[in-house]
Design a protein around this ligand. Structure first.
Ligand code: SAM
Length: 326
């Protein structure tokens, strides 16, 4: 019997398994990471294609089943099974990851892989169709969202294969897609907390103009608070140094995409900040923010149309003006 809570949907179509393995572009020298091998239908073909397979499986019954299946066959000495939760264990070295995963771990797993070092060549993963389409969505696409920009900051992603629900036993409620994820090389100094802070604000109302987003009272007061805090720190010469930025962990980006409806864009706008009681400081700060937007010509643009490089540029303009998001 299968555990629904563990997302156990076994691939029962051998042609589909072949097609996934073939599209993965496995080399005979590859160490392959498989997540959630289940009964081993994919594992078998991976063992035949690569040098070795390390499979991480949470369910002890499946681990047993897997050992039983390969015991006494020539494939068994090239298979290593780790019993445990892939989100909690240290990942071993691997060249390529190929997996039909439980969909509830899609987002944290994606960012765990992208935080893994040394960089691997590619991950070829079965996702729920909508999650897959969000991963690969480009600026201007309806599904373009925070998940798209954050993933594309760290990787090249492409859609490989549509998979109908009847290829699984038991069939899941939703259709699936196989996606290829290729991590980008060294990124240069990106402060992921800053990046995440900016991107969250921008996608909170992704169809509004950047200008109207940054005129909101709540946004301005948050940024102004950060600004004053940093100024105070710098006055006491304890300001954060630049090299600190290199050490932040990208996996922090992954903790936040559990909910696909995260940027449904149905919130209410805050009031625009009013220039009350001659609060000159606040008015000056608002002008400072708006002048950054003008400098980069972002005022009339919308997040739904901005590429990952645009957000990076906008962030650098803000930071240059001393405005920070974390
Ligand atoms: N790979 C098999 C196949 O394609 O037929 C099974 C895929 S099934 C969708 C997902 C598998 O992942 C199940 O065997 C389940 O027990 C396992 N699993 C669920 N959560 C996991 C976790 N956190 N870490 C590792 N494995 C997990």
């Amino acid at each position: 019997s299968f555990h629904k809570s563990k997302g156990q949907h076994i691939l029962k179509n051998p042609l589909l398994v072949d097609s996934i393995v073939q599209k993965a572009g496995i080399k005979t020298t590859d160490v392959i990471l498989e997540i959630g091998p289940g009964t081993g239908n994919l594992t078998k073909k991976l063992l035949e294609a690569g040098k070795s397979v390390i499979a991480v499986e949470i369910d002890p019954r499946m681990v047993l089943e897997l050992h039983r299946r390969f015991q006494g066959t020539p494939l068994s000495n090239r298979l290593k099974v780790i019993q445990g939760d892939v989100l909690k264990c240290d990942l071993p070295y691997f060249d390529i990851c190929v997996a039909n995963i439980p969909y509830q771990i899609s987002s944290p797993l994606t960012f765990k892989l992208l935080a893994h070092r040394p960089l691997f060549r590619a991950a070829v993963i079965m996702f729920q169709r909508e999650f897959a389409m969000r991963l690969v969505a480009q600026p201007g696409d309806t599904l373009y969202c925070r998940l798209s920009v954050n993933t594309q900051l760290l990787a090249r992603v492409s859609h490989l294969l549509k998979v109908g629900k009847n290829n699984f036993r038991p069939p899941p409620k939703v259709d699936s897609s196989v996606v290829r994820i290729e991590p980008r090389g060294p990124l240069g100094p990106v402060n992921f907390k800053e990046w995440d802070g900016l991107v969250r604000i921008c996608f909170n109302r992704k169809n509004k103009t950047i200008g109207s987003i940054f005129r909101q009272k709540s946004v301005l007061s948050l940024l102004e608070k950060n600004y004053r805090t940093l100024q105070a720190l710098q006055l006491s010469e304890k300001g954060p140094s630049d090299d600190m930025e290199m050490t932040l962990d990208v996996s922090a980006l992954g903790e936040t995409f559990g909910d696909l409806s995260m940027d449904a864009d149905d919130g209410k706008d805050d009031d625009e900040m009013e220039l009350d009681d001659g609060d000159a400081k606040r008015a000056d700060f608002k002008e400072k923010v708006l002048s950054v937007l003008k400098e980069g010509k972002y005022e009339d643009k919308r997040s739904s149309k901005l590429a990952q490089a645009d957000f990076m540029h906008l962030l650098s303009l803000f930071n240059k003006a001393g405005i920070h998001f974390s």
